[in-house]
Design a protein. Structure first.
Lengths: 474, 395
């Protein structure tokens, strides 16, 4: 069940919210947990068991670690061995499951490629919904407990609610336990928060349905032709379109999650801070999918040494972070290449380029204008053959057998169709819309605009539901 | 009470959304009770039906998109009147003498048998149609009557040109493939290109040709070598949109297809449609398609119409999708192909030029699994050039 679906908007959400607000504040976590499990089970009736086992086991481990710390404090017996054992077991369990479900087939493929024959058979498993997200949240909790950042929560209910909370369950943000810890036990939802939450939710919905879904046609349109029939400008236009689609899809979804959290009284951290306004790739990744970047910074980059232990250490840390970032997004070669590409770029920026980019602001924007779509192009294409052709096209290299006689008219046609949508997208890339909402969400003008946006989005979703081929225009 | 007032004062947006949703839903449910709206299971919510139903009726006419979940999809297919049934059976009987001629010429008993099978199939289909549609409105009946009259005039037309032998579509039998969705049936045969001694022709053959279709035809217009023909295309074009959308751009002016057809005379009209509406029921799609083809033929009596098979999607895509798959496309193609007569209406199985062994669009020819890549539209053009008709067909 995605947020931008009729089932969610008109069945799950109203029923859930009614139940939630009828429940006495002390028992609301139970309502939230049950609601979240129903939400998850709707999409993953089988793998919900996996998540439940994961929650139970990790809760148990956290309690064990806490207990051994307590023993140490009271009896002064060194329990570091037991603690380490439990910690390592938990890490193996969590990342093992992630590996098994997400990377096993990719790994087998690599082994088979090296062996040259079908040495191992691919396993028939599908990726459980949201496993990358909840694994990262659980591990962040265990690591923090192990490092004594905060005490393990003795309440299974609280921990389960933290992990399974439906707004952020399937697509983030990857909230740390400390972000919502106090709110798990005692939250004071104000009506103002509820109203703001609704405003953010509607904004996210509109981003997803009215911008991302619409601009996605630009990319599908370029795809119909393939790299042989487009010119360089069209290749870039297609990549810009895809970049916009990706941003509003993900940002819209995150905004909806933040909004839902606010309605229930949780302050889930923001995931996007106008990333396309960045002036370097390093900055971009501090503003894009912020919670993921934070996870890698806290649990990979800094433990390895960060930037404080000399340049070689920093290079190693960056390499690890970006390899894992690439793989986290998907188990395929292009994601790995994409991660490594970002590693090289970030490294170059850190060593030389950053200073130059900081001096002239406009230079940074122009640089990102090409860097963003280029990196998403690698991200986008898992077929390496096509990727190479497309990149060749982006850089104006000749491809044998191209048909470019009408490439210009295709570009003009695309430009005519999408220029206004592109302009709206560019405007929404700036921090202005969000600032306007934050400032004016109490005014009636803003409310009316949001109401219209909501119903227009619903209309679009319903239209897509009634006509399964709305998003299927060939 | 005070709390309630606070809620109203502090959260007007939430309230407005909730109230408007309740009102819309309420109105819709009442309308369902009154019988103004039908509860559409696909949407699962009458409010949406109320938002959409008017539009749906206006645009799609009487079709309901089929969805795997639509168990109770309302069938809007035109009811088959007794009249039409007899009409159809007439049709099959009139076909028989032609077949006998064929038999005398070729001496192939097998083909004859196949034909029999086909007519049986057709009869069965008609029956199915009838069973399906018991609860239809008067409007549809009127429409059906129109259809039948149209068909009978067409029948007359064919009778006049008896000197040109009719060439009914032939089929090749394949191993039965089970249907994966109610919008199409099991497949056990594939329609072949209308049997005719085609000639290889040069590019100037297209100088009096018109191509009509969806984004695939757009690709043909942009990336093949055909530069002397007229094109009328639009992304996402469906049979319904074909006559109403402003798809034709000829000599700088944009117009609808009927406007174009009344302003310029063509000799060859090529049509490819279907991929945007494979979710509709095959019978509905085919009858609608053929209606529109007849409209074109009426507007252009001197032209020969070529129905090009809806192009396959790649095998990968086809295996994954229960609706947009090659079995469904074959089913739809078989349906339209059965109307080809080899006189002024031909069926061209373009797929033979671009498919792989599994009967899907060749993987290397496509990037998005649905369209040919730019450099492969040449294959399509070559196929059409290899399937030229002799000039005496227009005499």
């Amino acid at each position: 069940m995605v947020f931008s679906s009729m089932e969610f908007l008109f069945r799950f959400l109203p029923i859930f919210l009614t139940a939630y607000f009828i429940t006495k504040p002390a028992y609301r976590n139970i309502t939230l947990l049950i609601g979240s499990l129903i939400f998850y089970a709707y999409g993953e009736p089988v793998y919900i068991l996996l998540m439940l086992i994961s929650i139970l086991f990790n809760h148990f481990v956290a309690l064990r670690i806490k207990r051994f710390y307590d023993i140490e404090v009271y009896s002064e017996i060194d329990c570091s061995f037991e603690r380490n054992c439990w910690f390592i077991t938990s890490m193996i369990f969590n990342f093992g499951l992630l590996f098994l479900f997400k990377y096993m087939n990719f790994f087998i493929e690599i082994i088979n490629d090296i062996a040259g024959t079908a040495l191992l058979k691919e396993v028939a498993i599908t990726l459980p919904l949201g496993i990358s997200f909840y694994t990262f949240q659980i591990t962040s909790y265990i690591i923090d407990v192990y490092k004594l950042k905060y005490q393990a929560d003795t309440s299974l209910l609280n921990f389960a609610t933290y992990v399974a909370m439906f707004p952020k369950l399937t697509s983030g943000p990857i909230a740390n336990y400390s972000d919502i810890r106090t709110e798990l036990t005692e939250r004071k939802p104000t009506l103002d928060d509820v109203e703001k939450g609704v405003a953010l939710f509607v904004m996210g919905l509109a981003y997803k349905v009215l911008l991302a879904n619409k601009i996605s046609h630009l990319w599908t349109d370029v795809q119909t032709v393939g790299p042989y029939g487009i010119n360089t400008a069209t290749a870039w236009l297609g990549s810009w379109g895809y970049s916009m689609q990706l941003l509003f899809d993900f940002m819209g979804y995150s905004l909806m999650a933040v909004g839902l959290g606010l309605i229930m009284g949780f302050h889930i951290p923001d995931n996007f801070d106008s990333p396309y306004m960045s002036r370097s790739v390093t900055e971009f990744w501090r503003r894009w999918h912020i919670t993921l970047g934070r996870w890698f910074r806290d649990y990979v980059y800094i433990p390895i040494g960060g930037s404080k232990k000399g340049v070689p250490r920093m290079i190693l840390a960056l390499f690890a972070v970006w390899t894992f970032t690439g793989l986290w997004h998907g188990a395929d070669w292009n994601f790995l290449i994409w991660g490594l590409f970002l590693f090289v770029v970030v490294l170059i920026e850190k060593l030389f380029l950053k200073k130059a980019l900081d001096k002239v602001k406009i230079l940074g924007h122009i640089y990102m204008l090409f860097m963003i779509p280029f990196s998403w192009t690698i991200f986008n294409m898992s077929d390496l053959h096509n990727l190479v052709l497309y990149i060749k096209r982006m850089f104006g290299m000749t491809i044998e057998g191209s048909v470019l006689t009408k490439a210009m008219s295709k570009l003009i046609l695309l430009g005519k169709t999408y220029w206004w949508l592109m302009l709206i997208c560019i405007f929404c890339c700036t921090p202005i819309p969000r600032k306007l909402i934050d400032k004016y969400y109490k005014t009636w003008t803003c409310k009316i605009i949001l109401l219209v946006a909501f119903w227009y989005s619903v209309y679009q979703i319903a239209d897509g539901g009634a006509n399964p081929f709305l998003y299927f225009k060939f | 009470m005070k709390k309630m007032m606070d809620c109203i004062r502090e959260c007007p947006l939430l309230l407005m959304i909730a109230v408007s949703a309740l009102v819309l839903s309420g109105v819709a449910y009442v309308k369902v009770l009154l019988g103004d709206y039908k509860f559409n299971v696909t949407l699962g919510h009458p409010m949406l039906t109320s938002v959409l139903l008017d539009e749906e009726i206006a645009t799609i006419g009487d079709a309901t998109p089929n969805d795997a979940t639509a168990t109770d999809a309302i069938s809007y297919l035109p009811e088959q009147t007794e009249e039409e049934k007899t009409e159809r059976s007439d049709e099959t009987t009139t076909e028989k003498p032609v077949k006998k001629d064929d038999k005398n010429k070729d001496g192939k008993d097998k083909e004859n048998d196949k034909e029999k099978d086909n007519s049986k199939d057709k009869d069965n289909k008609d029956k199915n149609n009838k069973d399906k549609n018991n609860k239809d409105s008067k409007d549809n009946k009127d429409k059906t009557n129109q259809d039948t009259t149209e068909e009978s005039t067409l029948g007359g037309g064919t009778a006049k040109t008896t000197e040109k032998a009719e060439r009914p579509t032939q089929y090749t039998n394949i191993e039965k493939r089970k249907s994966r969705n109610d919008c199409y049936g099991d497949i056990d045969k594939i329609a072949l290109t209308t049997d005719y001694p085609y000639e290889k022709v040069k590019g100037d053959y297209f100088k009096d040709a018109l191509f009509i279709g969806d984004s695939r035809v757009e690709g043909l217009a942009l990336y093949s070598g055909i530069d002397n023909a007229d094109f009328a295309y639009m992304e996402g074009l469906t049979v319904d949109g074909m006559m109403t959308e402003r798809i034709a751009e000829v000599d700088g002016s944009v117009m609808t297809l009927p406007e174009l057809l009344s302003s310029k005379q063509y000799k060859k009209i090529y049509v490819m449609l279907g991929v945007n509406e494979v979710g509709y029921d095959t019978d509905y799609y085919v009858s609608n398609y053929i209606d529109k083809i007849h409209e074109i033929m009426d507007a252009q009596p001197g032209a020969i119409v070529f129905m090009m098979s809806c192009m396959y999607v790649s095998t990968d895509y086809s295996n994954k999708d229960d609706i947009i798959n090659n079995d469904n496309i074959d089913d739809k193609n078989n349906g339209i192909a059965s109307y080809a007569n080899g006189i002024n209406l031909f069926y061209l199985n373009v797929n033979t030029a671009v498919s792989d062994d599994n009967g899907g669009l060749k993987k290397e020819y496509t990037w998005d699994d649905i369209h040919l890549q730019a450099q492969y539209y040449k294959l399509w053009e070559d196929y059409l050039l290899e399937h030229g008709l002799n000039d005496n067909m227009w005499e």
